[in-house]
Design a protein around this ligand. Structure first.
Ligand code: AMP
Ligand code: MN
Ligand code: MN
Ligand code: MN
Length: 276
């Protein structure tokens, strides 16, 4: 079983179409796959049909942007019904603020002398409802303001950097509820990326469990090998199931390739057992 349950298409901030991501996952040896676009399920039908025609098992997915304790947390929903009205309405509301936020980011960048960022970012956007920092990052790289998208986040768009615009996403409670209403399993994405204190982390994990959250990502393209071990311990301590996913976005953006991560530690319960 080669499960890759976290990645993006151009329906959010990835560069390939859902069909192309399916083909790349298959070429990478993935046998159980989920496309998990940010705040959007518009790619699910195409992803599933291409996956199934290639002979991969498919699990419907989404990655919901959440604000918890004044920071952004991503919650992946797996095994969702993408047509569930409560989920669809919740995702629509979550996407809603992105346009105004993008204009504010463009204004902040203009103050740094970077003109035309909104229009520039839009040229990279395939889904007009889903303009993200990644699209701005691609524009800034194109114009030579940074060497890579990662460099853009370090210098301009990461939390606290001069082009960063704080934004209020969904609540943890709502995000988990929408996923559960859609029959899915809620998974905390890449916990190693969040800058919480140990006490805040324990509170987050405890609340997530109380709300009906089930799993955390342990092996992800966003974690170092040390973090695989650290979050495997968190999974054991809290009784979480574990997930694995590349968080693939684009062939050229220096992140992990689909299907190429190490396996989960063998004592953990994979979140995908229920779909086998
Ligand atoms: P947004 O939802 O508009 O805030 O954009 C968040 C996206 O930016 C994430 O899903 C990543 O794809 C990307 N991102 C965030 N931090 C970094 C980073 N340090 N390097 C590269 N991409 C990043
Ligand atoms: Mn992304
Ligand atoms: Mn994420
Ligand atoms: Mn992601």
């Amino acid at each position: 079983m080669n499960a890759d349950l976290h990645c993006h298409s151009n329906v959010s901030d990835g560069q390939l179409t859902p069909v192309e991501v399916a083909q790349r996952a298959y070429a990478g040896g993935v046998t159980l796959w989920a496309l998990t676009d940010h705040d959007e399920v518009a790619g699910q039908a195409q992803a599933r049909s291409e996956a199934e025609s290639l002979g991969m098992r498919y699990v419907s997915g989404v990655e919901i942007s959440v604000t918890w304790a004044a920071r952004t947390v991503h919650v992946v929903g797996l095994g969702i019904d993408p047509a569930c009205p409560e989920l669809v309405a919740g995702l629509h509301a979550t996407r809603n603020g992105r346009g105004a936020r993008a204009r504010a980011m463009s204004d902040a960048l203009a103050e740094l002398g970077i003109e035309g960022a909104y229009e520039g970012a839009l040229r990279y956007v395939a889904n007009p409802e889903l303009i993200s920092r990644t699209h701005f990052a691609r524009f800034l790289v194109e114009r030579g303001y940074a060497a890579s998208t990662a460099d853009v986040f370090d210098r301009y768009l990461g939390e606290g950097k001069p082009g960063y615009v704080p934004h209020r996403w969904a609540s943890l409670e709502n995000a988990v509820q929408w996923i559960r209403a859609a029959g899915g399993v809620a998974v905390i994405a890449h916990p190693g990326r969040y800058k919480y204190t140990p006490l805040e982390f324990d509170t987050l994990f405890g609340q997530f469990l109380d709300l009906g959250g089930k799993a955390i990502e342990v092996v992800t393209g966003s974690h170092t090998p040390d973090q695989y071990r650290e979050y495997a311990d968190v999974a054991r301590r809290f009784g979480f199931e574990a997930s694995r996913g590349s968080d693939f976005h684009a062939p050229s953006e220096g992140r992990t390739e689909l299907g190429k991560l190490p396996p989960l530690p063998s004592d953990l319960t994979p979140v995908w057992e229920r779909w086998l």
